[in-house]
Write a protein that binds this ligand. Structure first.
Ligand code: PMP
Length: 351
């Protein structure tokens, strides 16, 4: 089963809840509440080439990404979201019987794509503070010759913690392809995409879905050592990034200042939300470097809390897994949305 919660269209939710669609507050998928740059709408309206196939090499986009990341375009492949690149990497390196090391709690697509492609998942749980367990990973990498890929994420979804340089360096010594997923890095700073130039076994994944507000247009990219690029190009669908996605991503990169201002607002709002959540005696939030906050739910049912908020038109994420069944993840919204959420938590908390 796909690791995403099914999307219930706003008009359906609106009817079901008796709440106007525009009042529904969606904080369950780490989307950007400010949406795309205005430059994106202009670019989409002005794009002249919707009737012809897009450039299979995404040349203009990769060039612009090279400027944005400071890394030569020969190391970059664009994809239909980071999701597509996760699938491509697994397809390239995993044959039936091979294994992928996953470090839960983690983004669900690593498991999904591995199992879909006939691979086996080896879970190495994160520690109580959500840091990785490099000793356990090393033990598996050195004893299981079928282990091919390690997926790690910084900031990590769902808890928002960062991976240290020391830990990454240690993991890069292992005989594995290390995929560092930086989907949320713009909220934290300190990308390690340039480490790819020094490490032949490192891949860094990035996306326009979070900082640039383009989740619906599906544009991501990966920074790869050149030897991996040459193999990936043999298995990539030629027109994976469509004309609209490409135009929108280019327009976003022409308006980085505006988008960084939105990122700054989201980070400021996260810093307001975290202490506010701590005030509730039934919530124990974890500090986060991303655009969401994971919180333990104490003394009451987390699924029930999610359902009670949903009744009020506020959508948050509940994970039905043993480790996270007493947790919820809340994406950071606009200030007014935070206020509605906090008021609702007051009401729900007193019931
Ligand atoms: N990686 C992580 C850690 C994510 O949380 C997400 C989206 N939730 C993705 C990748 C997927 O990004 P995209 O929208 O670019 O496919």
């Amino acid at each position: 089963m796909a690791p995403y919660t099914p999307i219930v269209p706003f008009d359906v939710l609106s009817k079901r809840l008796g709440i106007p669609a525009e009042d529904i507050i969606k904080l369950d998928a780490n989307e950007n509440p400010y949406g795309p740059s205005p430059a994106v709408y202009r670019a989409l309206a002005n794009e002249k080439d919707y009737h012809i196939y897009p450039d299979p090499d995404s040349t203009a986009l990769r060039q612009a990404l090279s400027q944005y990341t400071g890394i030569d375009a020969t190391h970059i492949i664009a994809g239909q979201g980071a999701d597509e690149l996760i699938d491509l990497i697994v397809r390239l390196f995993v044959s039936p019987g091979d294994a992928v090391i996953n470090c839960p709690p983690a983004f669900g697509m690593y498991r999904f794509d591995t199992e879909l492609n006939g691979g086996k998942i080896i879970d190495v749980e994160r520690k109580a503070d959500f840091t990785l367990d490099p000793e356990a990973i090393t033990e598996i990498a050195s004893s299981d010759r079928n282990a091919k890929i390690l997926f790690i994420t910084s900031p990590n979804n769902p808890d928002g913690s960062l991976l240290s340089d020391v830990c990454l360096r240690e993991l890069l010594e292992l005989p594995l392809i290390v995929v560092l997923d930086e989907a949320y890095i713009e909220f934290a700073g300190g990308s390690r995409a340039d480490w790819v130039l020094q490490h032949e076994n490192l891949v860094v994944l990035r996306t326009f879905s979070k900082w640039a507000g383009l989740a619906g247009l599906r544009v991501g990219y990966g920074v790869f050592p050149e030897w991996i690029i040459s193999h990936l190009l043999k298995i990539k669908q030629p027109y994976n990034v469509n004309a609209a996605g490409s135009a929108a991503a280019l327009a976003s990169l022409s308006d980085v200042h505006h988008l960084q201002e939105n990122v700054r607002k989201i980070v400021a709002e996260r810093e307001r939300l975290y202490p506010a959540l701590r005030e509730f005696d039934f919530l124990e939030p974890y500090p986060s470097e991303a655009n969401f906050i994971l919180s333990r739910v104490v003394g009451r049912d987390a699924a029930g809390l999610k359902a009670a908020l949903a009744e009020r038109g506020i959508l948050i994420r509940y994970f039905n897994t043993p480790r996270l069944q007493d947790h919820v993840r809340i994406s950071v919204g606009k200030p007014a949305q935070t206020s509605v959420l906090l008021d609702a938590l007051e009401v729900v908390g007193s019931q």
